[in-house]
Every structure is written in structure tokens, then in C-alpha cells.
Unconditional design. Structure first.
Length: 365
């Protein structure tokens, strides 16, 4: 998060970082009500194939995405050089807006915006905003502060990063992951992205989940070109999608499976594929409910972890497992999307058929 009033915003510098997906950290902190019973859950966001055959995933990846424009988080009062308090952006700029221009100059990141303010010759500023599908311009007076800086008092963000799990890869190198969208942690809006990348990661530690406190994975992600795996092209409510360029590096074990139709899925035994350390493994679960017509497309499957080893290590479903493939009767039926906060042994999943339709939307199969 950057406070624009400080004039210190800058574009992301890619360095080695540790990313822990905890409540309140970017896309891992997505909460919503359940169906009519209002169950509490939280998002748990890390060869040749035929038309309905994919390579099954389960591998963790680091995710870095840049916003399409500069996301507004909030406005704030600032102090001018005269000692008076001002809030120039109040009621003009709203949380969830995207700043795409200033004084007829296009801006893409925080650095662009702060550079323009540093070179400001007059107090009046015209911001070009995208609000939903509408574009508009708003005028305000920048506040001259001590040190001759001009400030607007706007909190902004231009990137998001974290850890999630790859669900599948299609025959034309397109991937599906997470199974739910990446929402901004402060505004809760589905983030508009201008592009992004996937990176290699390794799981370093596990925080076990408890009732009322979802667990999480901690991974090391090195954001450099040597660890880059591919591009992120779409952020949707049904997951993130894009292209894998380094297939062999990510899919060391290439296992083709068919994608099941919704009508084939039934309650009973199933497995999930995920990586809790050095290797991807399958763990036993039970499918307890299947709703092909679920109101929220990423909650069509209700599942419960039954595998003793997984229970012992994680307590159930933990954040970072978003996108973990769900397999039943030898087919890919879905991906894990949410954990019930009050019972980490249970969670939701999205249909793999829905994810495959989303990744192939507008493209050749």
C-alpha cells in the first residue's frame, strides 16, 4: 500500500521475498457467506492432450500481477504548508477507482503518478479515472506541503503478489489456477490486471489450521527471469488464467486426465493433489455436496478432508491450496477454492468444467 501524499510511490522492484498467505494479505483473504445456511468460509489462495484432456496440476506457484491502472484504496486528510488540513480528493475519488491519467498524461504505475506531481507547475490537477465500465475526469487542487511537494492524499496500489496452486494445463499451454479471483484486500474488488507472471516457488513451512483460524503455507518466491514460468492474462471470479512457457520446469511429472462433466460428479470418495513440501501428492477427501446450479460458480462442490496424514500436517484445507485439483473416478472434477473458517476440514470447490470453459473462452480448444 502506498500513500500518494508522501510522494514516495514507486514501481515494483522484483527481489526475493517471503510470502505468507494469512488473513488480510491480498488474495488469500477472500471471505463470503455460504449458501442459505450462511457457513463462514475463506478463500485458500497457492504431452499431447485432447479437447477435454489436460495435464493435472497441484504444484505451488508464485504470482505477481500489475493492476490495469492504479487502484485507489482510500483518501486521507493532509496538512498544507500553511498548517491547515485539506482532503482534496474526498467525494471525488472513490475506493475501487482506477487512476489511468493525470493532466492528459497516461499513467500505469505509482512512479508515473508521483513523477507528474513532482513536476507540477500549478495546483489544479485533472485525474482521469476508470470507475467500473465508465471513464471520467475529476478536477481538484493539489495541496502544497512543506518542502514544496504537491500532494493529493490518495492511498493507491499498483501490484499484488502471493502464492497459489496450478490446477491444469491445456494442450495449447494455457493454465487454470486458484479457482477464485484475486480481490484487493482493502477494497474487496476483483482486481483489473494489466498483466502478470508466474514464478517457481518452494514451500518452506506450514501453519496448521484451527477452528476460527485458517492455516497457511509459507513459500519463498524469487521474482527474477530465471524463475519465471509464464504469463497471467486473466483474473476472473473463476480463477486466474494464462500461458505456461516453461512447461517442463513446472510439470516435471506430466499426467494427462480427462475433465469430468458436472453430471458425472457424485458424493463419495475423491482426492486432492497438492504440495506441502518437496513433492505433489494425493490426499483422500469426501465430496459431501454437488450443486451444478450454485449461485457462486466457485462453490459448486462441498468437500471434507478425511486423509489422516493431511489432517495431521495442515488440520485440513489451508490458504495457498487454492487451485488444488480434485480428482474422482480417474477424472479431474474441480479445484479447491475456499475453507470454512469455523471448520478447516471442510471447504468449497469449483467445477473443472467451468474452469476449462473459462480458459478456452475466445480461444481455440
Amino acid at each position: 500500500m502506498t500513500d500518494l501524499k508522501n510522494g514516495r510511490g514507486k514501481c515494483w522492484k522484483k527481489t526475493a521475498v517471503f510470502v505468507t498467505l494469512l488473513v488480510g494479505v491480498f488474495f488469500s483473504a477472500m471471505q463470503s457467506n455460504g449458501r442459505e445456511d450462511k457457513r463462514n468460509e475463506e478463500a485458500v489462495s497457492t504431452g499431447s492432450t485432447g479437447e477435454n484432456t489436460v495435464l493435472v496440476g497441484g504444484m505451488p506457484v508464485g504470482i505477481y500481477m500489475e493492476t490495469d491502472g492504479i487502484l485507489v484504496l482510500d483518501t486521507q486528510e493532509i496538512e498544507g504548508e500553511d498548517g491547515e488540513k485539506y482532503e482534496p480528493a474526498r467525494h471525488l475519488v472513490h475506493a475501487g477507482d482506477y487512476i489511468v491519467g493525470i493532466n492528459e498524461r497516461a499513467v500505469e504505475c505509482k512512479k508515473d503518478l508521483t513523477e507528474e506531481l513532482a513536476d507540477l507547475k500549478q495546483e489544479e490537477v485533472v485525474l482521469k479515472l476508470r470507475r467500473g465500465t465508465e471513464e471520467l475526469e475529476v478536477k481538484m487542487d493539489a495541496v502544497k506541503c512543506a518542502g514544496s511537494d504537491h500532494k493529493l492524499g490518495i492511498w493507491i496500489r499498483d501490484n499484488v503478489q502471493g502464492l497459489g496452486t496450478i490446477t491444469f494445463l491445456t494442450g495449447n499451454s494455457k493454465f487454470g489456477a486458484l479457482g477464485h479471483g484475486i480481490h484487493d484486500a482493502d477494497t474487496s474488488v476483483l482486481m483489473d490486471i494489466g498483466g502478470g507472471s508466474l514464478y517457481k516457488t518452494s514451500i518452506r513451512s506450514i501453519l496448521k489450521g484451527e477452528n476460527g483460524m485458517p492455516g497457511s503455507m509459507e513459500g519463498m518466491i524469487v521474482y527474477n527471469r530465471y524463475n519465471r514460468l509464464g504469463t497471467v492474462e486473466k483474473n476472473t471470479e473463476m480463477g486466474i488464467y494464462g500461458t505456461i512457457e516453461e512447461i517442463d520446469a513446472l510439470f516435471e511429472e506430466q499426467i494427462p486426465v480427462q475433465v469430468a462433466e458436472k453430471e458425472e460428479i457424485h458424493t463419495g470418495d475423491a482426492t486432492i493433489r497438492c504440495c506441502l513440501g518437496e513433492e505433489v501428492r494425493e490426499y483422500g477427501i469426501q465430496i459431501t455436496e454437488v450443486d451444478p446450479n450454485a449461485k457462486e460458480e466457485n462453490k459448486g462442490i462441498v468437500l471434507e478432508v478425511t486423509d489422516p496424514e493431511l489432517m495431521d500436517e495442515t488440520g485440513g484445507i489451508i490458504q495457498g491450496m487454492s487451485g488444488s485439483p480434485i480428482l474422482q473416478d480417474g477424472k479431474l472434477i474441480g479445484a479447491v477454492t475456499h475453507v470454512f473458517v469455523n471448520d478447516p476440514t471442510k471447504g468449497y470447490g469449483i467445477f473443472a468444467e467451468t474452469m476449462l470453459e473459462t480458459v478456452c473462452d475466445g480461444q481455440e480448444s
